[in-house]
Ligand binder design. Sequence first.
Ligand code: COA
Ligand code: AMP
Length: 632
Amino acid sequence: MGEFDEVHARSLRDPEGFWAEAAEALEWEKRWDRVLDDSDAPHYRWFTGGRINTCHNALDRHVAAGRGEQCALIYDSPVTNTVARFTYRELRDRVAELAGALKARGVGVGDRVIIYMPMIPETVMAMLACARLGAVHSVVFGGFAAHELAKRIDDCAPKLVLSASCGIEGERVVAYKPLLDRAIEEARHKPESCLIFRRPQQDCSLQPGRDEDWMEAVSGSPPADCVAIAATDPLYILYTSGTTGQPKGIVRDTGGHAVALPWSMKNIYNIEPGEVYWSASDVGWVVGHSYIVYAPLLHGATTVLYEGKPVGTPDAGAFWRVIAQHGVVTLFTAPTAFRAIRQQDPRGELIAKHDLSRFRALFLAGERCDPDTLLWAQDKLQVPVIDHWWQTETGWPIAANCMGIEALPVKPGSPTRAVPGWDLRVLDPEGKEVAANTIGAIVGKLPLPPGTFPTLWNARERFEQTYLSTYPGFYQTGDAGYLDEDGYVFVMARTDDIINVAGHRLSTGAIEEALATHPDVAECAVIGVHDSLKGQLPVGFLVLNAGCDRPEEEIVTEAIKLVREQIGPVAAFKSATVVQRLPKTRSGKILRATMRKIADAETYTPPATIDDPAILGEIEVALQTLGYPQKS
Ligand code: COA
Ligand code: AMP
């Protein structure tokens, strides 16, 4: 047995011993009564009875242990020409001060706080300040529009909102405050107050009685201490796309998360405290929560907060500049970022202009990593390129090449093996395990390891129904794929209507709901088609109301605008067409999977239950007018 096999086997044989040992790395106000509590199975809880504060463990603990002068956070913003560094002591003081301001406004244990902010240090401070008080933050990605923000405000009912005047997207300044105003107007729940961080690039107006200037509110506020909460109390809620337009509030519990993340820093990413780790994502996504903010800080490493893009800020050498300038040892990003870089610098000439001698490994996740991109990155960077697989629900990797335990051989197209704590199986529709190399639903045997979500916010039934009911005893990942004879996982596709656009997870159902609000649209369908840069792009098919005689192009333009206004630019919805009818089964189910296969030029057999096969020909023609299938 190799080292990895041994560690993995032990994690499944003795999960309590395994994770209790990892929990020793943290400071607990009160130790747990039970490591793994199965009294409410299949709802398992970790470290019940324990009391802990995540902010204390991410900041104060390190200051007390002598890391106060070590850099905790590097803010690198090519879009504002700024590089700023915060030591652990500085970050702790700023967070304590902000927490003091929140406390003065009545925020305490269990209160929700929505954070709708760009990639600036204050956003990280906001998350940690909530954690300090035992409040539950919910960060909403800046690329979501007012309507999506309103849904989240209504679902988690925040006492307070933290926001900023604007974000900066490449050359474009995006006003955030008008979106927040509109969202609060639309939402039924009204937060008591909003603290607004006013950026010099674009100011905003403040609504008297509700909004306050962030800096004025914070300056001189007495610092707040950390408040220990139950290990099973929520640290945050992060909304992610489901199959409907109602997003799912993934709940992250405090203790399991605090234990799992620093463990993953050492064992998966092979990072030592004090080293510089960079996750080029956005704090609005789970990757940003876990690997820009919590994991590096809980581990005592230095994290990089990058407000820029892989290309265009200013060029395709931006990543190499950041790695060299800050001594980054490991970069974590999405394959799409590398496809964007490769498109602009196919020979990797900009890489040679920077000193990457300290750079050790590249980790990719967020979407399936095509072997071509992986091999290109490996060839140009001459470091291990590690594909790893995870989800908002799991909070940290399900499958990876655990570089801190034992580097296993890379198989392009596979995120390697289930990580310790995960017992992965592949099941057929009847719930029977399939043979190696046979595609099926990828599931994780319960209990899942600590740090994974215990439930959905205010939706225990939806949690059970979505994730636990199809295969009793297992967590349904929603991904299909196979395990090969060596136990390597191959993640091939989603089993639901979720698509992946530039590493961002989107619900075609949510886009359809937005399109359906157009007065001339009788029916619609959205599918994700293959895109050589972003992995997938959404394409919409609109059936108009009988008798509608308005020009089709006008309606298409309005429909595209509608999605941008209701969901946001992140949906990247730019392609739609009018069709006479949608292909359906006789029972009325729209054949989205068949439509996608036509768009991607895959072979397909029309299902036997199809109502009228001739419609598929019409869809093919409609796709051709939109430029699909794409020529590779
Ligand atoms: N606030 C406001 N708008 C935002 C935003 C934010 N935080 N983030 C993205 N947007 C906008 C973009 O400006 C773009 O608008 P446009 O249609 O007017 O051009 C739209 O949302 C789509 O954004 P994106 O999908 O990011 O496309 P892009 O063309 O701007 O950049 C990549 C493409 C590949 C460079 C970029 O997606 C990328 O770096 N992705 C990989 C890293 C990553 O973040 N992965 C996520 C999980 S690990
Ligand atoms: P998110 O919740 O936004 O992180 O998206 C999770 C989904 O992205 C997964 O369910 C997969 O469909 C996909 N995904 C993430 N990482 C990978 C990977 N390494 N390989 C294949 N698919 C991935």
